[in-house]
Design a binder for this molecule. Structure first.
Ligand SMILES: [Zn+2]
Length: 279
């Protein structure tokens, strides 16, 4: 599939039971836009309904075949670009909202209030189709991936994106959790990854290993910088550790850097004293 196919508003069929519509919210953070997945045939689960955008909500409703209904609106996590349309869609269609409850930090969408909180390894049955919820903390603490078991397709939300690196958002986001949640995916039979942003990816285990390697290389860079500087603030470290990332992305990269520093502090390698980090 070429990048030209990553246009918002079009219904793209990925398998006999899964299709995708991209929301019209492209940006540096969201890539081509948020992917909304429709799973099932008569009873349909909408996974990550996306932002509260009228054209997108209408595109989702228009994609439901005659005789079918949206039974569940399911979210991977309560970030606005994934969950904001949930309450609108549920009100209009009578669907039930499912997913993790948002945390009360200023990053999460408190309009998303699930009627059912999914649990780790819970299997949701939708006619012939089984959707397994997999708890994958890291990006934030209450993040879930959903495995469409018949297709061995894992819908990854913001745990894994195509084409860019996921931001780890402390305090609930956690680098150690993130790496463990990547490792966890090895224990499931996966054929493809359907990310929250970007196109479907083949060879899931290679993708997962690539991300782990990338994170560990970044951690190496943090350690190297600290060995030179001995002590540094977050602002001082960012340009050194992210010298390969455009300046405009540094405020966002700083969240992931903080997550690296917290991980290293927990491993007793670094110590934070007021605003600065010490080796
Ligand atoms: Zn997110």
């Amino acid at each position: 599939m070429s990048a030209n196919d990553l246009k918002s508003g079009e219904l793209i069929r990925l398998s006999s039971r899964v299709s995708r519509i991209i929301a019209p919210n492209p940006s540096a953070m969201t890539g081509p836009g948020t992917n909304t997945y429709l799973v099932g045939d008569r009873d349909i689960a909408v996974i990550d309904p996306g932002p509260d955008d009228e054209s997108h909500i209408q595109a989702i409703i228009d994609a439901i075949p005659v005789g079918a209904r949206i039974r569940w609106v399911l979210v991977t996590h309560a970030h606005y670009d994934h969950s904001q349309a949930a309450v609108v869609l549920a009100e209009r269609t009578g669907a039930k909202m499912l997913g993790p409850k948002p945390l009360q930090d200023h990053f999460e969408d408190s309009t998303f209030q699930p009627q059912h909180e999914v649990k780790h390894d819970e299997v949701l049955r939708l006619g012939e189709c089984a959707i397994r919820a997999i708890h994958t903390p890291g990006h934030i603490g209450n993040h879930f991936c959903y495995l469409i078991e018949e297709d061995q397709l894992l819908l990854t939300g913001d745990h894994i994106m195509s084409g860019s690196t996921v931001v780890i958002v402390p305090p609930s986001g956690d680098m150690k959790d993130y790496l463990a949640s990547l490792e966890l995916l090895r224990s499931y039979p996966l054929r493809q990854l359907g990310p929250g942003h970007g196109d479907v990816m083949d060879n899931p285990l290679d993708v997962v290993q690539g991300i782990i390697d990338h994170r560990l290389r970044r951690e190496e860079k943090v350690l190297k910088a600290m060995q030179q500087l001995r002590r540094a603030t977050l602002d001082e470290l960012t340009p050194v550790v992210y010298d390969d990332v455009p300046l405009a992305m540094h405020p966002i990269a700083q969240l992931s850097l903080l997550a690296h520093l917290i991980k290293l502090e927990r491993e007793s390698i670094l110590r934070q004293i007021e605003d600065s980090w010490h080796l």
